[in-house]
Design a protein around this ligand. Structure first.
Ligand code: GLU
Length: 474
């Protein structure tokens, strides 16, 4: 029986969870789910200077927002340093690693020589076969890996295909620094092995490490996990993704009013495809996801596409779910907390009634919030310049004439309102195009809003009439 699939997401906590990291996490999560396996989390916090708890919190928060769960507690790489050292010493004992006593000056001379000869800079193996008895007393040694010099190392990559590196290209890398601290490639191999990782899926920028890590696995007699190196994400112009393109933390996307489900849908399409399908559920993504359909060229991040996709989700999800997501997002949206405070239970009900109309124009939850501003607004409403223009330009008179009609409506419902205002228009020889703008101005304080009968319907008779009176009297 094949071993249970275990994938991992190992962020370095030096900043937020950026879009590339989120995609890597999503791919690992999907692969685990698709294969009945699990994903684990490792915090690669050995760089004590640059790692912060705030970054760990931000990353976990981002994962939770995207609803990407992991198995067990996140493992701190720093907490495993002793184990990394133990493995380095094991390699030393087995003759697969050695102490190197080169001084900084000697290493510099090595680099200068390689440069002068136009050769790549590599450690030349000075201490590879030298006995420890030659060791100078004033130098603290590093421990280097005795990398194979002949032959080649093949990374059988599931995305890139077999990647062959001549072993002479890879020098004897340092496993333990002179202060005894383990280096990155050693820690990753030991952790991945000890955590039972079966599949490594990460950015193609780690491909060179993959060859070195494979050599360490082999020296230890451990199985090399299946590897898949995914192309990086580029901006729409094809250049490396930068802040300008949207290389923000996922928290920024939450603050822009994107839905986690839309975000997942968008992210999974960045580098992976299923025929021409653009919109699909997470369940479908789990069903379909595999390494085979990960492309070899960089995906392009496109804000407009993400926004359209988000709009699609907003328009098509169940109203209750949408409202729940909206409420959940409010604390993170700019001016969301104030909106939240103003959202009394009556206004909540009004907003749910308004949602079908509001969402037609919304691409983000911010659009929804702005669209619903008229609901939470306090009387007397502040009126924008365009709306003011409408009221001043004869709108107030129209409203004064219309008011008794509205006050007389018996059953305040969309259809009845439409009939009543329709009759009023006919009797006064007015077009709806003359009535709606002042009505909108009085009811919402704005020149844009959902359909005017939706607005009346949502606000109810008492509030609508009161808002109209406010304007007539002002
Ligand atoms: N900590 C590494 C990073 O954030 C990931 C290394 C790996 O996936 O092996 O890029």
């Amino acid at each position: 029986m094949a071993a249970t699939v275990v994938t991992r997401f190992p962020p370095s906590p030096t900043g937020f969870l950026h879009i590339g990291g989120a995609r890597t996490a999503l791919f690992n999560w999907l692969y685990a789910k698709a294969n009945g396996g699990k994903m684990v989390l490792r915090i690669e916090d050995t760089d004590r200077e640059r790692s912060t708890q705030a970054a760990v919190d931000a990353i976990l928060d981002g994962m939770r927002w995207l609803e990407l769960d992991w198995q067990g507690e996140p493992v701190s790489q720093a907490s495993r340093i002793e184990r990394h050292v133990e493995v380095a010493n094991q390699l030393l004992v087995e003759g697969k690693a050695y102490r190197c006593y080169c001084s900084p000056e000697e290493l510099q001379a090595m680099r200068d020589k390689a440069k002068a000869e136009g050769q790549p800079i590599r450690y030349d193996g000075t201490w590879r076969d030298r006995p420890d008895s030659d060791a100078p007393t004033d130098i603290k040694p590093v421990i280097r890996f005795k990398a194979p010099r002949e032959g080649q190392t093949v990374v059988d990559d599931q995305v890139q295909g077999p990647v062959t590196v001549a072993n002479k290209e890879l020098d004897d890398l340092i496993l333990l620094r002179s202060d005894g601290s383990p280096t990155y490639n050693l820690s990753v191999v030991v952790d991945d092995h000890d955590m039972g990782i079966t599949h490594i899926l990460r950015g193609v920028d780690h491909l060179t490490n993959a060859a070195r890590q494979s050599q360490i696995y082999q020296a230890l007699g451990w199985d090399v996990p299946v590897m898949a190196h995914v192309p990086l994400i580029h901006g729409p112009d094809g250049a490396k993704l930068s802040k300008r393109h949207g290389a923000l933390g996922v928290d920024a996307y939450r603050a822009m009013g994107y839905l986690p489900a839309a975000m997942r849908n968008y992210l999974v399409r960045l580098g992976w495809s299923h025929g021409d399908d653009e919109i699909f559920s997470t369940e479908q993504a789990i069903e379909w996801f595999g390494f085979g359909a990960i492309g070899k060229s960089p995906a392009r991040f496109d804000f407009a596409k993400l926004e359209n996709l988000n709009g699609h989700y907003i328009r098509h999800m169940a109203i209750d779910d949408l409202f729940e997501q909206f409420i959940k997002a409010l604390p993170y949206l700019p001016e969301g907390p104030a909106f939240q405070d103003a959202l009394t239970s009556t206004k909540k009900e009004q907003m749910i009634i308004a949602l079908p109309a509001l969402r037609e124009r919304a691409k983000t939850l911010i659009d929804l919030m702005n669209g619903a501003a008229f609901i939470v607004a306090d009387r007397p409403l502040s009126v924008n310049d365009k709306a003011k223009g409408v009221l001043d330009g004869g709108g107030r008179d129209t409203l004064a004439k219309l008011l008794p009609t509205l006050e007389a409506v018996d059953h305040w419902q969309f259809d009845n309102l439409k009939d009543a205002v329709g009759q009023f228009a006919e009797q006064n020889d007015l077009k709806l195009g003359k009535i709606a703008p002042p009505l909108r101005a009085a009811l919402t304080g704005s020149n844009v809003s959902p359909g005017i009968f939706d607005v009346l319907n949502v606000l109810g008779q008492q509030e609508s009439v009161a808002r109209i009176r406010d304007q007539i009297l002002s």
